[in-house]
Write a protein that binds this ligand. Structure first.
Ligand code: SF4
Ligand code: SF4
Length: 410
């Protein structure tokens, strides 16, 4: 982490801001924040303007050409359009020239309208909309405080994004109500034309304290089967037509690239997660006093990034359980997420990621088809770069040193 506090920082720093703390206009029954029951207080707890400006100024100084903001909640749209207008104007004010600024926002979709859509289009926001599946699934758990379903309103909001050509993706929380229904979900995405989808297994919020073992609403076996069923549809006889983040990541490793999901990279990315009051943490899963690395209203960003707690946090992911060290899928999985492992009190013993079995199941199941697909993509890329494919006995295009016919040509 020291490097991050210097001009020679190797990787961009991502920022995720809990824009309005736990304020939300839904009361999804599985949500950590649902303890407040879809509460919107008399005043929205949004980020203070002074803290916002101080942070953006300091962050831009360290941005090194790339500034990435993710806005989350509760429900971030409750902060209001004027707040986000202030955000983009501060970003423009403090960004050094030639800085690539990206903004992503995760919303429950309830407040999306033409005004928001125009704003997102104008400032090139990537919008993530949470939807758990067709109406019956969505309305059973993603409900308002009075218990009404949210499906119709969310789909109307999505339509405004479509009408305005806003880039958006879908986030589906996987829980007891949809984990057995992968094919149905995939059909739903297809029917609605949702091209970019990611799955998030639902954590049991009663066990979210960071020192406790992970607990989820679905078992590793259920999630593994879910992924296999979804994969069958996604693969589409070697012609995937939609992006499912998990499968895209696996495929990218088959194509000799690194996964982009933090869970399946070798180290946790350099991210600062900020609570609405400016308290800073290294990850969304580690929002706890033990992992607090400062407050952006009172500490300098350099101090926060150099905090010892941050260094200790970054040391967790590479501390792999024995089973991972000898796992044939280590290059795909990298031991999953440290939050999903079980740690002994002094962190000297660690057990595998809660979803280890799910990962092994899907990696086993998908291997042959992923391999075939990766070869096909390599051949296509080679040809579209203007090269001619080699003869069967010539060296392979992927640089493996094998004969083409026994490698990408097979
Ligand atoms: S702890 Fe887990 S969720 Fe957090 S950055 Fe690391 S891999 Fe990602
Ligand atoms: S699949 Fe399991 S054993 Fe293998 S690297 Fe991942 S968590 Fe470790």
């Amino acid at each position: 982490m020291n490097e991050c506090a210097t001009a020679t920082r190797p990787a961009p720093i991502g920022v995720m801001w809990k824009t309005v703390s736990e304020d939300c206009n839904l009361a999804c029954d599985y949500c950590y924040y649902s303890r407040v029951g879809g509460k919107i207080g008399p005043k929205i707890n949004r980020i203070d303007s002074e803290i916002l400006e101080k942070f953006i100024r300091e962050y831009m100084e360290l941005s090194n050409g790339q500034a990435s903001f993710a806005w989350q909640g509760g429900e971030p749209l409750l902060a209001g359009l004027d707040f986000f207008k202030e955000v983009v104007s501060l970003q423009a004010k403090y960004a050094p020239s030639n800085t690539n600024i990206s903004n992503a926002i995760q919303t429950n979709g309830m407040l999306l309208n033409r005004e928001w859509a125009h704003f997102f289009k104008t400032y090139n926001f990537l919008v993530g909309v949470s939807i758990d599946g067709p109406k019956e699934i969505q309305d059973s758990r993603r409900v308002t405080r009075s218990g009404n379903g949210s499906y119709d309103r969310v789909m109307k909001g999505i339509q405004t994004l479509r009408d305005t050509n806003v880039d958006f993706n879908i986030l589906t929380v996987i829980h007891e109500g949809n984990v057995q229904r992968a094919a149905e979900l995939m059909e739903f995405y297809h029917k609605e034309g949702f091209r970019y989808v990611q799955f998030i297994p639902c954590m049991d919020f009663r066990a979210q304290e960071v020192h406790k073992s992970p607990r989820y609403l679905i078992t590793p076996e259920e999630y593994g089967q879910f992924l296999c069923d979804a994969f069958d549809v996604w693969y589409n006889d070697g012609n995937p037509t939609m992006s499912i983040r998990f499968f895209d990541n696996v495929l990218s490793v088959y194509l000799q690239q690194e996964a982009e999901i933090c869970t399946h990279r070798s180290i946790c990315p350099t991210t600062i997660v900020l609570e609405q009051n400016g308290d800073a943490y290294p990850c969304d899963f580690y929002i706890h006093d033990t992992y607090k690395i400062g407050n952006v209203g009172t500490s300098s960003l350099q101090d926060i990034l150099g905090d010892l707690v941050y260094k200790n946090f970054l040391g967790k992911k590479p501390k792999l359980p024995q089973k991972c060290m000898s796992c044939e899928y280590l290059n795909l999985c990298h031991g999953g997420c440290p939050r999903n492992r079980t740690w002994s009190e002094n962190d000297d013993f660690v057990d595998v990621d809660y979803f280890c079995k799910s990962y092994i199941q899907i990696y086993d199941y998908a291997h042959e088809r992923m391999n075939t697909l990766a070869k096909k993509i390599r051949r296509q890329q080679f040809v579209s770069a203007g090269h001619q494919l080699p003869g069967r006995n010539e060296p392979c295009i992927c640089g493996s040193g094998k004969k083409y016919k026994k490698c990408c040509g097979a």
